[in-house]
Ligand binder design. Sequence first.
Ligand SMILES: NC(=O)c1ccc[n+]([C@@H]2O[C@H](COP(=O)([O-])OP(=O)(O)OC[C@H]3O[C@@H](n4cnc5c(N)ncnc54)[C@H](OP(=O)(O)O)[C@@H]3O)[C@@H](O)[C@H]2O)c1
Length: 335
Amino acid sequence: MSNTRDRMPEKMLAARQKEAGGRLSIEEIDVPRPGRGEVVVKMDASPINPSDLALLSGGYLERKYPFTPGLEGSGTVVRSGGGIMPGLRMGKRVACSPNSGGDGTWAEYMVTSAMHTVPLPRNISMEQGSMMLVNPMTAMAFILLAREGKHRAMVNNAAASSLGKMLIRMCQRSGIPLINIVRKEEHMDALKALGATHVLNSTSSSFESDLKQLAEKLGATLFLDAVTGSYTSLLLRAAPDGTTLVAYARLSGESITADAGELIRKNKEIVGFQLGNWLQKHNMLFKLRFIKQVKKHLGNELTSHIHHTTPLAKVEEALAEYRQNMSEGKIILKP
Ligand SMILES: NC(=O)c1ccc[n+]([C@@H]2O[C@H](COP(=O)([O-])OP(=O)(O)OC[C@H]3O[C@@H](n4cnc5c(N)ncnc54)[C@H](OP(=O)(O)O)[C@@H]3O)[C@@H](O)[C@H]2O)c1
């Protein structure tokens, strides 16, 4: 039997996509009902992330249509489907993500497993909290990867992203030298103003040799690659022997190409990273400690710059604006 804190409506508004690559429309649909172990979150805020764009384009995850997008957000738990964890979450402000294959956060209400909710500290706004489960956790995971692999320094591309900026601040705090790669001149100044020491522009003619030299000098043997595609082979050539290249996104939209000789003769490796898979490799105690660490830095190093908030009804305009200028900061949808 479900437990409800407030009287809940029968119907709600949600952004819906009817086919891969199709436009979103705002539709009135039934408010979802939670099963055992699940909760209903009354949504307050959700960012637009690159993974949302990939999901909307159709090639990212298996989907049944129509569906509600939105891979993370924040809100208040207003109904429990029964069970200890859902009961504990009742009335809590939470960061949340949808069930695998389930409807997402771009709606007035979302059903999800209570395991996919994390209570938000009081000093964290719903807007910042809506972005807690993807980028802050990933930035923290990258710091742990550097420490565990005993890498003296690391490299990150698409570095003017929200995640890239978090990594700059976390590396400063952790004393790990970071080489940042951007593709626009204006982002070089912006990252330096943020405190970045090493920023390279990938469109410069000397980029590959500059990267090679700097990576050797700093001992940067952890390369974080969000662009991938043919770009990966350049990174691999410039990387010192023994480098681990972590492919964590495919912003180029291409498949990775690389010279196998770099891997075979120079002891370099390419590994994939997806936050959910990485977390699954760790036990519950590790996860609880990890979340505590992320919460500690959420209002500081792990803050995301918010470009602006916009009503969910304007989701199509917001997507167009975000695609135009992703480095400007996050656009937050408010149902
Ligand atoms: N694997 C995981 O678990 C995981 C977790 C979190 C994030 N991510 C990935 O991390 C990346 C950053 O996420 P975010 O939310 O921080 O992004 P964001 O703030 O929305 O910024 C996206 C950045 O990507 C750059 N970019 C876009 N297309 C590019 C291309 N073809 N080549 C080079 N740069 C390009 C943009 O720079 P311009 O201004 O130059 O376009 C922008 O700075 C995304 O790719 C995301 O999918 C992966």
